[in-house]
Design a protein around this ligand. Structure first.
Ligand code: GLY
Length: 299
């Protein structure tokens, strides 16, 4: 019994970008599922799926990352192994092509869980990580110019605070182990050094074979205040279905901090769900029977 679920961000995704988002999440689901079918681990599958989305400029991750206020890309990523609670994360890392793979190196090749900034970059170099060498996209340079041109904070927040296309994957392998991975460029125009929810354990990413694997997308400053991913797992531990736990956690996010987000979940029974309170969420999944679903809207 293997399964994978993918997200490519939950926000007011413009109509013109729907097709590219759907294509991206479908390709990631197929790539991850193929890894699982070969008998590889859930960790292998979520890393492969997220690496594919880090290569696409459609999403706010890897090559498509938004720019910070200084015009630079700083990325966050985390990966977690639900069988061991092994955890690796990087925050505010520059120049690497695949932050999710550096996060995996942190998990498997260091005695730490989270590395940030220059130290994370030096660690990435020391393990031979691929360096990006790709310029910021024209889309993101244009977005930053618009952000810099807007003096009024209310208007400015429309550009800077909306969730963008963070990417994530959760998988269950043929041994029943669950893994989760999340990667993001964060929020556009963010202060240099800002870290979002994605690399913070229990906020944007969590996996525990005894409850569920969860990857979150949305506005990090809200998500981290309620440790959203861990909250979903707690719901499952209290006996809720994956869907009920995800809805309950999102309701709490909305009520306590007026937050907007989307979550993908696979619980220890193999139940998969995606839940969001944003206008759109790009998602795709393939279950243990090979049944394939992908959507961007509420239906
Ligand atoms: N959820 C991505 C971020 O806020 O950085």
């Amino acid at each position: 019994m293997v399964a994978i679920i993918i997200h490519g961000g939950a926000w007011d995704i413009p109509q013109a970008e729907h097709e590219a988002h759907l294509r991206g999440v479908k390709q990631a689901a197929e790539a991850g599922y193929e890894v699982l079918q070969r008998g590889c681990s859930a960790i292998d599958a979520v890393e492969e799926a997220v690496r594919l989305m880090e290569m696409s400029t459609t999403f706010d991750a890897g090559a498509g990352s938004v720019l910070n206020a200084e015009g630079e890309i700083e990325m966050d990523a985390a990966i977690m192994d639900g069988s061991t609670l092994g955890l690796g994360a990087v925050a505010a890392i520059k120049n690497v092509t695949h932050p999710i793979s550096v996060a995996r190196h942190v998990m498997e090749g260091s005695s730490h869980c989270l590395l940030c900034g220059d130290g994370a970059l030096r660690f990435a170099e020391s393990v031979g990580a691929e360096m990006r060498g790709m310029p910021p996209t024209a889309r993101e340079m244009d977005r930053l110019q618009r952000i810099r041109g807007i003096k009024n904070y209310q208007q400015r927040s429309a550009f800077t605070e909306g969730p963008k296309g963070t990417v994530g994957a959760v998988a269950m392998d043929d041994k029943g182990h669950i893994a989760a991975a999340t990667s993001t460029g964060g929020t556009p125009g963010k202060i240099a050094g800002r870290v979002g929810d994605s690399p913070l354990v229990g906020c944007g990413t969590y996996a525990d074979d005894e409850s569920a694997g969860v990857s979150v997308t949305g506005f990090g400053e809200s998500i981290m205040k309620v440790t959203l991913a861990r909250r979903v797992c707690e719901g499952v531990e209290r006996g809720m279905t994956a869907e009920a736990a995800a809805r309950n956690a999102l309701d709490h996010l909305a009520r306590r901090v007026d937050g907007l987000a989307g979550v993908i979940v696979i619980d220890s029974n193999g139940e998969m769900t995606h839940v969001f309170n944003t206008p759109y969420m790009a998602f795709a999944s393939i279950d243990h029977e090979g049944a394939y679903i992908a959507s961007i809207g509420k239906d």
